[in-house]
Design a protein around this ligand. Structure first.
Ligand code: DX5
Ligand code: ZN
Length: 223
């Protein structure tokens, strides 16, 4: 089944399973799917690019069988070019990689397209917009980190969100701008106002007892 990134123009919430109950993943995913989200954010960490470890392709292949959602894999790994195909084979629909570790981003974006997935270009809080300027129009999505990657449940860095506006000016309306880190009902409205249209939320959804209510609260905050 071909799953495509929702067309720009809508605000999408992409729950990050990082804060979900990993012993109960199928049910956790079913809950957010029932709430009507279209995307699921999968945080991949290698203990090298970031000081934490999470899941690999084997887990993604297993959860793929339980979900119809668009799988948005965020590769917080030092060698995304080496592992991208394994994540795609496991059922990933979008690969987001960090500009900090890919010396030839245009080549890698082209490869991702050839392999049948969309490409996300990510920048850490301290990475300037200038670094992605040339490559941003080649990607389908730009991911602005509003925490230092590695852990869920951290506080939103407002300074990093200031990059959303200039990025929107560079990419125009047709490329998604995703924001990741500290997004909940308190911060969602602000980043959407700045031009973001794709909101990753881990703790803001899976850290709450009622996932549906948490998603509804974020939706309401975006209006
Ligand atoms: C952080 C990850 C995020 C994380 C967000 O390194 O990339 O996707 O899950 O978690 P919250 O929403 O809890 O900040
Ligand atoms: Zn992420």
């Amino acid at each position: 089944m071909k799953r495509t990134l929702p067309q720009a123009g809508t605000t999408e919430i992409a729950p990050s399973i990082l804060s979900a109950d990993f012993a109960n993943l199928a049910d956790e995913i079913a809950q957010v799917e029932k709430a009507g989200v279209n995307m699921l954010h999968l945080d991949i960490m290698d203990g090298h690019f970031v000081p934490n470890l999470t899941i690999g392709p084997a887990v993604i292949a297993k959860i793929r069988k339980h979900s119809k959602l668009f799988f948005d894999s965020h590769l917080m790994i030092s060698e995304p070019e080496k592992y991208a195909q394994a994540f795609i084979a496991a059922g990933t629909n979008n690969i987001t990689f960090h500009i900090e570790v890919v010396p030839q981003p245009a080549d890698f974006i082209k490869k991702l397209h050839d392999w049948g997935v969309t490409a996300g270009l990510c920048l850490n809080p301290e990475t300037p917009v200038k670094k992605i300027e040339k490559y941003a129009p080649l990607a389908e999505m730009i991911l602005v980190m509003t925490v230092h990657p590695g852990f869920g449940g951290q506080s939103f860095i407002a300074e990093a969100a200031k990059k959303i506006k200039p990025i929107r000016q560079i990419v125009g309306p047709d490329i998604r701008i995703e924001v990741d880190g500290g997004i909940d009902a308190d911060t969602a409205g602000m980043v959407v106002g700045m031009g973001a249209d794709t909101l990753v939320a881990g703790n803001g959804i899976f850290g709450k007892p009622d996932r549906l209510a948490a998603i509804e609260a974020i939706r309401k905050a975006c209006k």
